[in-house]
Design a protein around this ligand. Structure first.
Ligand SMILES: [Zn+2]
Ligand SMILES: [Zn+2]
Length: 341
């Protein structure tokens, strides 16, 4: 089965970070980072329901005004997630405009501030002139910021001299019943099939009994292997603006582990390692090393510095060579014991 997500970098490899994740067949979309989006056609942006912001340096957040302009008259809630301080930045932006004619508008912005230990939700409603309200008091942050019926979003705070949040969006496992196998089994279709799917998704043990009707109970593994086609959901990981430190390496490899596509910044070539480190950014080789350590399937580097104009191919080649292990500059990176240069 095809993946639900269709990812695209709205400004390519070199422009401001903004990764659109459209959900096929559903008319829904997520956005990771909110750099400029004014050149993106409105029909692509209108389905956005949640935005995951890495940090509020200007190149990652200046698209906020454009998204607000587009959604303001809609009966919708836009959810924003990001490091603690995001609600302050949203509030500051909203205070830059006059809101005396929006009392009838239903549009609402809900902002979740995430820090190392807890998440706090704030609300800004157009009908209340976007005055800030506490929506939900702090609750523990366990790594998952949003769990939806279709996907889960995890976050990991990284060090960029401020927090830069990394994200992983994972589609839930697809479970399809094999109609022919069900007919052959002689079991009647019914709600027990949903019970079986829920049990498989939640990772229940193989010998968990499933009631198939009329008091007949069968082990989960038997039913799963006979009746279900299990297709793992796609995983997309996203890392920008971060230092190649042991702690960051450990967090990235844990978060991005096994991702189908790993979007990773590579603003600098390894020849400018010193400058990359001073600015708390990655080099292309470091992006490749992270991708290899996390055993991702595909690495897509972006957020290139314009200083390399005309040499962008070198950035991609350097990252891919390190990822593939053809030109290894960074050794095995494991559990925080990064081999740093
Ligand atoms: Zn930054
Ligand atoms: Zn940046």
């Amino acid at each position: 089965m095809k993946s639900t997500f269709r990812p695209r970098l709205l400004n390519g490899h070199t422009g401001d970070p903004a990764l659109l994740l459209s959900l096929r067949w559903q008319g829904r979309a997520l956005l990771v980072d909110l750099g400029r989006i004014d050149r993106t056609p409105a029909p692509l942006l209108l389905p956005i329901e949640a935005v995951f912001v890495s940090h509020t340096h200007m190149d990652h957040f200046m698209g906020f005004d454009q998204l607000l302009r587009l959604l303001l008259a809609r009966d919708a809630t836009l959810r924003l997630y990001g490091p603690t301080g995001l609600a302050d930045c949203v509030e500051g932006k909203l205070k830059g405009y006059t809101w005396n004619l929006t009392d009838e508008y239903a549009f609402t912005i809900d902002v979740t501030d995430i820090d190392e230990r807890e998440m706090t939700e704030w609300r800004f409603a157009a009908r209340r002139r976007f005055e800030r309200e506490l929506l939900r008091p702090p609750r523990p942050f366990t790594g998952v910021v949003l769990a939806d019926g279709v996907f889960t979003v995890e976050a990991a705070p990284l060090d960029h001299r401020i927090v830069s949040m990394a994200y992983a969006v994972t589609e839930r496992t697809h479970l399809n019943v094999r109609a022919d196998a069900l007919a052959a089994s002689g079991l009647p279709p019914g709600r027990w099939l949903n019970t079986l799917k829920d049990a498989v998704r939640s990772g229940a043990l193989d010998d968990t009994p499933i009631d198939v009707g009329a008091g007949d109970r069968r082990p989960l593994a038997t039913l799963r292997d006979e009746l279900l086609v299990v297709t793992p959901g796609q995983k997309i990981a996203y890392v920008v603006d971060t230092l190649f430190s042991p702690a960051n390496v450990a967090r990235v490899t844990r978060l991005a582990r096994g991702a189908d596509v790993f979007f990773c910044e590579a603003p600098f070539l390894e020849e400018d390692l010193e400058q990359a480190t001073r600015r708390y950014h990655l080099t292309a080789a470091q992006a490749g090393a992270l991708a290899r350590a996390a055993a991702v399937r595909r690495l897509q580097v972006f957020h290139f510095s314009p200083r390399y104009e005309g040499r962008y191919g070198e950035i991609i080649a350097e990252a891919q060579a390190e990822f593939a292990g053809r030109d290894v500059r960074y050794g095995e990176l494991e559990r925080g014991r990064a081999s740093l240069p």
